[in-house]
Every structure is written in structure tokens, then in C-alpha cells.
Design a protein around this ligand. Sequence first.
Ligand code: FMN
Length: 273
Amino acid sequence: MSDQLYRNRYGLDCDFRLETNDTLRRILSRRSHRRFTGEPVGEDLLRSLFAAAFSAPSKSDLQQVSVIRLTRREAIERIASRSRNVAWITGAPEFMVWCGDSRRIRRLAKWRGHPFANDHLDAFMNAAVDTGIAMQTFIVAAESAGLGCCPVSEIRDHVHHLARELALPDHVFPVAGLCVGWPASEGDVSMRLPQSVTVHENRYDDTNLLTEVAEYDRRREAARPTPPQAQRDVNRFGVTTDYGWSEHRTRQYARPMRTDFGAFVRRRKFDLS
Ligand SMILES: Cc1cc2nc3c(=O)[nH]c(=O)nc-3n(C[C@H](O)[C@H](O)[C@H](O)COP(=O)(O)O)c2cc1C
């Protein structure tokens, strides 16, 4: 049973004794959900999930995360309408935007009469990392209650509009939106790269990367083949029989995306030097 969880996640037989408990089983079989029943999440549950999310570790205990829960449907619709790919976010009973917040500590520095002497890339990075960790803590908590979630970074495609919609001040930036609701279907486990690629011992080593990824592509396609019509950007790259995760994702990144994000962050007064 637990070996099957491993096989579903990695497409490989498990070559060690997989330790399991409820939490591990739930994490191993987790998946993003993009379609939801209309049932509301419930205020107490939502507040409990925020309580869990903000229990996440935080760099130097600086607590540089803010989340903006959108309760006005018109605002969610305006955000969704900017991006064809994420129109589905309007179907989620809860939608929120997780933000890195370096403003709070800077205000407090002024209040306490101290210079803020760390205005460089690390300040941005720490807030971004803390936000990702808090959001994922929220997701794990939500999934433990049977909810489904999907992060949405595509809302950053129109980051200036998003920042205006959310009234984000300087030094606060959106990391990702998050849809939350009761899943409308079971969904599918998405296969991951093997540990031979992602877990390194003592030193970084990607000698066998291409062989490993070619095998991973084959495993993934065998489990869930990509139909030719689902191949990405065929006008530019054509249809290939050798399609898989690596082809899909490198086609995706062959097009520039969010090239204005650095400028947005700088305009929000981050010094990224
Ligand atoms: C930071 C972040 C941003 C994401 N943004 C989007 C998004 O904009 N649109 C989307 O459909 N999925 C988005 N996802 C979900 C990923 O596509 C999904 O996690 C990935 O395909 C693996 O699938 P799984 O979560 O079901 O394992 C995002 C995930 C993360 C962690």
C-alpha cells in the first residue's frame, strides 16, 4: 500500500523501507486541485488554517509574510480576467494572495530608532522564502482537513494591476495566489523526478542528469501520455513523438514570462544589489 504511494509519485519501485504515518501518506499522495464544489470553507476552519500557516518557521523570527484574503467576488473576477489561463480561480470558494512583507520590519526599525542596514537582495529573498514556507504550511494544513488547493503565480503576469487591486505598499510583493476549496474530483498525482536527480550527497553532482530525465520522461508518459493536441506551442516547435516533461517545460521556458517583475520589485523600493 505505502509502496504504491511511492510508485504513483515516482513511477519507480521503492528500493527502501518507506516509513509512513498519516501525514507522510497524505503528503506523498497530495495533488493540486483546480476545481471545487461550491461549498464554503467555513470561517473557523479558515482561521485555524491561517493559525497553522503562521506557525511556519521564519528567518530570524522576522515574520515577513502577509496574506490578503479576497472576499469580494468582483475583485477576484478582475484578477482572473487578466489571465486566460487562470479564469478557473473564480470557481474557488476561497482565494488569497500570499505576499512577502519587508515593510513591517522597516517600519519597526524607524519606530525603534534604528537604521535598516540590510537593504539588499537578501531582504527580498528572506521575505520570499518565508512566504513560500507559510503558504505551503497552509496547504498541508488545508489538505489534512480534506480541502484542495492550488497556488497561482500566473496572477503575477499582471503584477502592476494586482498590486493596485490589493493596495500593496512599497516593500510588499505578491508571491502567489492560492485557491482553496473542497475538491470537485479526486485529481491525479503528478510524478516527480527521482531522488537520484534531486538529492545529492556531500557535493552537487548532475553527471547523469540527461539519462535520468529521459527515463523520467518515459515513465511519466507511460503513466499519463500527452495527447499530440496537448503539446505546447506546436506552431513554433511542431509535434514530436519524443514528447515528455522535459520537452513540455523547456518549451514553456522558451518564451519570456514576467520580464517586468524585477522592475516591479525595484519600483517597490527594494534595493536588489
Ligand atoms: C509557487 C507556485 C506557483 C504555481 N502557479 C500555478 C499557476 O499559476 N497555475 C497553475 O495552474 N498551477 C500553478 N501551480 C501548481 C503547479 O502547477 C503544480 O504544483 C505542479 O504542476 C505539480 O502538480 P501537483 O501540485 O499536483 O503535484 C503553482 C505551484 C507553485 C508551488
